[in-house]
Design a protein around this ligand. Structure first.
Ligand code: A3P
Length: 302
């Protein structure tokens, strides 16, 4: 198996300029139009490859930025608090020009598709990444819940699709490298999912400092409590109840699923893991990026 394996057809995706997009939510024309989307200096963009902790960081950001939310307006859908720039129809205020500042946006877009105005601007970008072996496992469970997606009959089938990038928005390696290698073009904070698992308090403080937000200890404690795995696991909105039915079949799984580091070991065979390692080494050579693959690394290093 390699990234040269022919990709299987998946009717819910279309290919555009080397990436894949969701037919149900976007058109190539709309994606291209985002290049000219007018950025405000106080805009905040959360960018992730899927299954890297997007909903978690959406929750953290909206808690940090909204006093009101911390004080009990959390029944606003996540997609309205931090809408995806590429899916405006998924939220209530679809004309983003009418949203109040500071605007929070999420996106899975590869770096070449985001608004040009984000470059060399004061607007802030938070890029969250996660070790890709856990990403592929999380994605495998998620795709089973997506109503229109071509279902993978087993993990190996999805593993191949993932390596080939035949998923929205394309190859994990391309996404990470595109953003990482062009990071100096942006006012950007890079965060790792595993660091959030290990020490959310420190990451929240780091995000507040980057955003220039001053929260007292009590407010920070509320952010951490309301963004904890257990709270979010019980929260219907964090579990995308607003997408239930048409987009996601929530009878087939939960969005906030396991939240673990190293869960890939429960599904990947040794052969799959070795294949992955080989491709990873080839793709990531020369990049000073490393990931935590297993939580036991922390225990051993203590
Ligand atoms: P798992 O499927 O491995 O459990 P995204 O929002 O980018 O799609 O990422 C979803 C992943 O983030 C899922 O991973 C989900 O369980 C995890 N997640 C969501 N909220 C979390 C939280 N509060 N703490 C830890 N992980 C969380």
């Amino acid at each position: 198996m390699s990234s040269n394996t022919p990709v299987a057809q998946d009717d819910h995706l279309y290919r555009h300029k080397g990436s894949f997009f969701l037919k149900k939510w976007t058109t190539p024309e709309f994606i291209d139009s985002l290049q000219d989307f007018k950025i405000r200096d106080d805009d905040i963009f959360l960018i992730t490859y899927p299954k890297s902790g997007t909903i978690w960081t959406q929750q953290v950001l909206s808690l940090i930025c909204s006093d009101g939310h911390r004080n009990g307006t959390e029944n606003i859908n996540t997609s309205d608090r931090v809408p995806f720039i590429e899916f405006p129809q998924s939220c209530d205020v679809t004309d983003y020009n009418n949203r109040c500042s500071p605007r929070l946006f999420a996106s899975h877009l590869p770096n070449e598709f985001v608004p040009q105005g984000l470059k060399n601007k004061k607007a802030k970008v938070i890029y969250v990444m996660r070790n890709p072996k856990d990403v592929v496992k999380s994605f495998y469970h998620f795709q089973a819940m997506v109503v229109d997606a071509q279902k993978s009959p087993d993990f190996n089938h999805f593993f191949e699709k993932f390596l080939n990038g035949h998923v929205y928005p394309g190859r994990w390696f391309d996404h990470i490298k595109g953003w990482y290698m062009n990071k100096d073009d942006y006012n950007i904070l890079l965060i790792k999912y595993e660091d959030m698992i290990k020490d959310l308090h420190s990451v929240v403080i780091q995000i507040c400092a980057f955003l220039g937000m001053e929260l007292n200890e009590e407010a920070i404690d509320i952010v951490i409590r309301k963004a904890s795995f257990n709270e979010m696991k019980m929260d219907p909105l964090a579990n995308k109840k607003d997408f239930s039915g048409g987009t996601l079949d929530l009878n087939l799984g939960t969005f906030v699923r396991k939240g673990a580091v190293g869960d890939w070991k429960n599904i990947m065979t040794v052969a799959q893991s070795e294949t992955f390692d080989k491709i990873y080494q080839e793709e990531m050579e020369g990049l000073s990026l490393d990931f935590t693959w297993d939580a036991t690394e922390w225990i051993e290093n203590k």
